[in-house]
Design a binder for this molecule. Structure first.
Ligand SMILES: [Zn+2]
Length: 502
């Protein structure tokens, strides 16, 4: 984040969202040096305090995005009818040849959208090909700092391409395509580890609540030696670990094929899963996997928009919570779920739980969804002082305009936050007591300038990546037939409405 607003501020007259109440009750909030000191009714303003009248606003803690990708910002809206494996095949085309300025620009777009839509902190798995760079990750951190958000930024790494990771996929390619994907091979993991070590050793953002982490992207895209090295690096620097776990059925089947056990079982056998571990997606995790995450104190980032968009199946929110797993909510990257709207992510999470069974006793309630997108996500990011409006917490507060059409009439606050709000009611966003969005305008960044730069980058990158686009178009028919056939094998979980076309 950019800076904490010094001095005292009293927010007066707002209604405070509370999952324990049907209708939000009035509450004043006293903030000193960016931290909430007191919450109550009719609070007196200390002599030196500024007073902010917030009558007509509903306030809630900033939403927290448990899983996104800053590099996706410039790739928004590129594909339709893409499975996860097609998205991975398209990655060089939609994300290749980025200059340093592009890396900052793409993250600015993502961060700007998040804050404008009521999100104040995010876990960002940032990808650079072929290796993470200190300059690249620094540019990403700078983008979050400029916008004024808190973030955890994890270089996303692997030492196998998707063609090497999925059994049989490389062999299914004709020799000419094998030669072309050979050129996408990743460096030896020791080089990637050295690069990450350099990033972590020189990280200069921790004091600004922009933390580093380590993200071996998908277990079987990494050799076991590399996974262990990622584990040791994260523990050495006391930072988080984050990995996509059982996002697609192809991945779940690959885990069994490669390791003779589930992906969670394998990662646990290597000692990666602990309280600092966040599993993204978790659609294809069975009950034992979920219990193991719970027992290790790990978190799970649920990304309902992306899961639907990529046809990955339905995450069992109710089951995960019943088994005691900490669940946060995320949007995933703009390259696979296009927008970065945490209100929509909450709405989807609720809907997707309710579509799985006709018995409402097994559905997620709005209170749980709201708690997941605030407190649950905060735990996934490893922050203990965000995700609630309470004494001692950082003053990350969203002000919704109760005159907006989403709130006419205002019946049940948290229900409407999850099911009716879509970001258009966001009037102000405060992070660390400092206004980042005021009267619907982003104060920290010139969006018109970002738009101009993004359009220029789009044109330039389209030309630079023409060869990768051609490669994707040739790979597409192979990947689009091989992976669904692979996924047609039986697995001991059923996360689709039907396994084959009706
Ligand atoms: Zn992801």
């Amino acid at each position: 984040m950019a800076e904490t607003a010094p001095g005292s501020l009293l927010i007066r007259g707002a209604l405070l969202a509370d999952p324990g109440l049907r209708r939000a009750a009035p509450a004043d909030v006293l903030i000193t040096d960016g931290v909430i000191r007191e919450v109550g009714t009719n609070l007196a303003a200390p002599g030196d305090a500024r007073v902010m009248e917030a009558t007509g606003c509903l306030i809630h803690p900033g939403l927290i995005n448990a899983h996104t990708h800053g590099h996706g910002g410039l790739s928004r809206g590129q594909g339709d009818k893409w499975t996860l494996e097609l998205l991975l095949a398209a990655a060089p085309w939609i994300g290749g040849n980025r200059a340093l300025a592009d890396k900052k620009l793409t993250t600015r777009i993502v961060a700007a959208e998040m804050v404008l839509k009521g999100c104040t902190a995010a876990y960002d798995l940032y990808y650079e090909f072929p290796l993470p760079t200190a300059d690249g990750l620094d540019a990403v951190a700078e983008a979050y700092h400029e916008v004024g958000m808190r973030a955890v930024i994890a270089p996303m790494v692997a030492d196998r391409t998707v063609y090497e990771a999925i059994p049989g996929l490389y062999d299914a390619l004709p020799p000419a395509l094998q030669a072309r994907v050979d050129r996408l091979r990743l460096p030896a993991w020791e080089r990637t580890l050295d690069a990450m070590r350099g990033v972590l050793a020189n990280w200069r953002w921790a004091g600004k609540d922009i933390r580093a982490a380590v993200a071996p992207t998908i277990p079987h895209h990494c050799s076991d030696a590399f996974l262990c090295a990622c584990r040791d690096l994260a523990r050495e620097h006391k930072v988080g670990l984050h990995s996509h776990m059982g996002e697609s059925k192809v991945q779940a089947l690959t885990g069994i094929r490669r390791y003779g056990r589930t992906l969670v079982g394998h990662m646990d056998s290597l000692g990666l899963i602990g309280p600092d571990f966040t599993a993204a997606h978790g659609i294809w995790l069975d009950d034992d996997d979920l219990r193991l995450l719970r027992d290790r104190g790990a978190s799970l980032a649920h990304n309902p928009g992306s899961n639907m968009r990529l046809g990955n199946g339905m995450f069992r929110f109710r089951r995960a919570r019943d088994l005691g797993v900490t669940v946060g909510i995320g949007t995933d990257g703009a390259n696979c779920s296009d927008n970065q709207n945490m209100y929509e992510a909450m709405r989807y999470a609720s809907m997707l739980s309710k579509v799985q069974t006709p018995d409402p006793r097994h559905w997620a309630g709005v209170e749980e969804i709201y708690t997941a997108a605030t407190e649950g996500s905060a735990r996934a990011l490893g922050f203990s002082d965000i995700g609630a409006i309470a004494p001692g917490m950082k003053a990350d507060i969203v002000f919704l305009d109760l005159a907006s059409v989403n709130w006419i009439p205002h019946n049940w606050s948290v229900n409407q936050l999850v099911h009716a709000e879509d970001g258009t009611g966001v009037r102000h966003v405060m992070i660390g007591g400092r206004m980042v969005v005021q009267e619907r305008r982003l104060l920290t960044l010139d969006l018109a300038k970002v738009a101009t730069e993004a359009e220029a980058a789009r044109e330039r990158l389209e030309a630079l990546n023409a060869e990768f686009k051609d490669l994707y178009e040739k790979l597409e028919p192979v990947v689009a037939s091989f992976c669904p056939a692979f996924a047609a094998q039986p697995y001991h979980l059923r996360q689709y409405l039907c396994d084959a076309p009706a």
